[in-house]
Ligand binder design. Structure first.
Ligand code: NI
Length: 258
């Protein structure tokens, strides 16, 4: 049997999948993808993500407001988010974090709701999926306050290998996706070679960040073998080892037993 891939980060709620969502998800499930965590990261994406997780037994939900979408949040919505996160199929809070690349939401507003959502994850004993872009120092400083109290993954990791080492030391996983296949992906290749396989999760972040040779196209879990093979090549191990170990890692983090 071919090894089953775990996609730890996908956005099948995206309108980019409106034309063929069900056909595509069926095709994916028949092509070696065993499990998917769908990440609902904007307010409108939360109910769609819950519906997908209800409909497909191999899809689980992560719910949390992306740093560029936290302006939608208020106390009432935080309470609703908490209710939603307590549903059976929800396995994580996220993606949450800081993103200073886009400046549409002020840093202090991002920090406030990042911390509130980290507190929510701690309260509900759920792992977190962290999004951090151009905000390495602030993210690490906040995460350090939760050291030993939260588990999770730093998704679409874009920082140095030294920073990756910090997170690994704190018990976090590192999410590796399409960027590792890019010709200009030297930094992330160095991260992959630095950190142990038992700290790596496979992710697509689809519809974004399709790997080579599909770069620029709409991404989907069908392209995950390219990412797994690239990691195998960097580490000098087999494709099967990468797929099996990253699936085991994800099942441990999200507490999925199947
Ligand atoms: Ni994402």
């Amino acid at each position: 049997m071919e090894p089953m891939i775990f996609d730890s980060h996908a956005h099948y709620d995206s309108s980019q999948f409106d034309v063929d969502r069900d056909e595509l998800i069926t095709e994916i499930s028949e092509n070696g993808i065993g499990t998917i965590v769908n990440v609902g990261a904007a307010w409108a994406a939360l109910p769609i993500t819950l519906e997908l997780a209800e409909k497909y037994p191999f899809i689980y939900a992560a719910l949390g407001l992306h740093p560029n979408d936290v302006e939608d949040l208020d106390e009432e919505k935080m309470e609703q988010l908490k209710q939603m996160c307590q549903q059976d199929r929800v396995v994580a809070v996220g993606e949450i974090g800081l993103d200073y690349y886009w400046d549409n939401v002020p840093c202090d507003v991002q920090k406030k709701w990042f911390i509130r959502q980290l507190d929510l994850a701690q309260e509900l004993d759920l792992p977190v999926i962290i999004h951090s872009r151009d905000a390495a120092e602030d993210t690490l400083n906040i995460m350090k306050r939760y050291e030993g109290k939260l588990r999770g993954v730093i998704h679409c990791f874009s920082y140095s290998k030294e920073m990756a080492r910090e997170y690994v030391k704190m018990g976090f996983y590192i999410g590796i996706g399409g960027v590792v296949t890019f010709k200009n992906g030297k930094k992330i290749k160095a991260v992959v070679s630095e950190i142990p396989l038992d700290r790596i999760l496979l992710e697509t972040d689809c519809p974004y960040l399709a790997p080579e040779p599909y770069r620029g196209k709409r991404n989907s879990s069908l392209y995950l073998p390219e990412i797994a093979q690239t990691i195998a090549d960097i580490k000098g191990i087999t494709y099967e080892e990468v797929v099996d170990k990253t699936r085991e890692n994800a099942k441990t983090l999200f507490q999925i037993s199947e």
